[in-house]
Design a protein around this ligand. Structure first.
Ligand SMILES: [Zn+2]
Length: 418
């Protein structure tokens, strides 16, 4: 959390080789390519800990509905009709343009055809944690849990050791998956030493349904079957009780907090201040564009800083520095990537953004954390680098044809009566 005035970052082979104040260092003596970022704040890129990348195709398709109806009457049927691998590919490209333009350098995805999404992320140059979403009913990419598990295993094999793509495992939620499916996913994640992602306690209805089925609320139930663990990230966690928060803390399970999606679907407000005080690592996620409706981590971080203040009627709840940690290093830790990304430190991957601190909506800067969390907007992010390579330079996306992507998207957009 140190701020270096007039600093430099030296990058070699995708990693930060050294970092510090310019002082005695003279630019003309530096070897290699030199980028002058005067007037910019160079900071870690954002880590989006929970999203469904191709749902950009369904942005605005069904709004202002409660989660259960939204999902079962609109989203699930629309996915069956619209999500072919080719559509997933185009929707992913659109998502990556939006993510990169708003400073995201790493995202944790949960969807179908993750092999296609991985290919597109690699081409765009963005870092991604990829999870094929296991669920107890036939999907667009697999017909049975066994087939889904095979897809997850193949994804892990195909991308093992890649510098940008981190394959892992997802099991959708306790309300859509049997105990057997939940445990098969956990065993696979453990066997492969990868992350396991799951939706937990998103709505009150889910809590009531799981209680009726198991006698326990969702997180307690997952604990009882051995699913909570230090390689698990639980998305949402809007409705954890105090005992469940302790169980997450005790097991090292992280939370992917999605404030805007939870507000829009009226699911509730997760008490992240209490979770963090209980010792849980909490990252921030946008969820999919169908329930947000943006993938903008700058907005998301601001909501994550503002909401706890009204939950507790306490302006000191989740201050700006804490919100920034959640959006960067804590998100990286939640994904099991805390050793390689999330902060600018020697030996870590160079995933960083450059913010124009002279923008009229930012000046004057009394405090950098305040400026970034409460005043910055995504357009202030001028350039973005992942693994030592620029993916956006001076607001130009470098590896995706944005205009062509939007044209392609128009051809596959669902009609209103579909
Ligand atoms: Zn989700």
């Amino acid at each position: 959390m140190e701020i270096i005035e007039n600093g430099y970052v030296r990058i070699k082979n995708g990693k930060i080789e050294s970092i510090g104040p310019m002082d005695g260092l003279r630019i003309e003596n530096a070897s290699g390519k030199v980028e002058d970022l005067s007037g910019m704040l160079v900071m870690p890129g954002f880590v989006n800990t929970h999203t469904h990348v191709p749902m950009t195709l369904l942005r605005g398709y069904a709004d202002d509905l409660p989660l259960h109806r939204w999902l079962t009457e609109y989203i699930f049927p629309a996915e069956v009709r619209s999500m072919t691998p080719e559509h997933v590919r185009i929707a992913a490209r659109l998502a990556f343009v939006e993510m990169i333009k708003s400073g995201t350098t790493c995202f944790n995805d949960m969807y179908f055809f993750e092999d296609v999404i991985a290919e597109e992320a690699k081409a765009a140059g963005i870092r991604g944690v990829m999870n094929e979403s296991l669920i107890d009913f036939p999907t667009v990419s697999f017909k049975s849990v066994e087939e889904g598990l095979a897809r997850s295993e193949r994804l892990i094999r195909d991308w093992e050791g890649d510098a940008l793509i981190h394959p892992s495992v997802t099991v959708h939620a306790p309300y859509t998956c049997s105990k057997d499916t939940l445990l098969k996913a956990k065993r696979l994640a453990d066997k492969e030493s990868v992350l396991l992602q799951i939706h937990v306690a998103e709505t009150r209805k889910e809590v009531e349904d799981i209680k009726a089925r198991t006698g326990m609320p969702p997180a307690e139930y997952l604990y009882s079957i051995g699913l909570l663990d230090s390689n698990v990230i639980a998305a949402h966690c809007v409705w954890l009780n105090e005992k469940e928060a302790e169980l997450l803390a005790k097991t090292g399970t992280s939370v992917g907090h999605c404030p805007k999606s939870n507000l829009k679907l009226a699911s509730g407000i997760a008490d992240t201040d209490a979770y963090m005080k209980a010792g849980i690592t909490v990252g921030i996620g946008t969820d999919g564009a169908a329930s947000n409706n943006t993938l903008d981590m700058v907005e998301e971080m601001r909501f994550a800083a503002l909401l706890p203040k009204v939950v507790h009627y306490d302006p000191e709840a989740v201050n700006a520095a804490m919100a920034l940690r959640m959006a960067t290093i804590d998100g990286a830790k939640a994904l099991g990537l805390g050793d390689i990304i999330g902060s600018l430190e020697v030996g870590k991957r160079a995933d960083l953004i450059a913010v124009n601190m002279n923008a009229s909506n930012i000046q004057p800067v009394y405090n950098e954390y305040s400026a970034v969390v409460y005043a910055m907007n995504s357009k202030n992010i001028r350039s973005s680098m992942v693994n030592g390579e620029w993916v956006m330079y001076n607001r130009q996306i470098l590896h995706i044809d944005k205009e062509q992507t939007i044209e392609n998207l128009k051809n596959i957009t669902l009609k209103n009566n579909e």
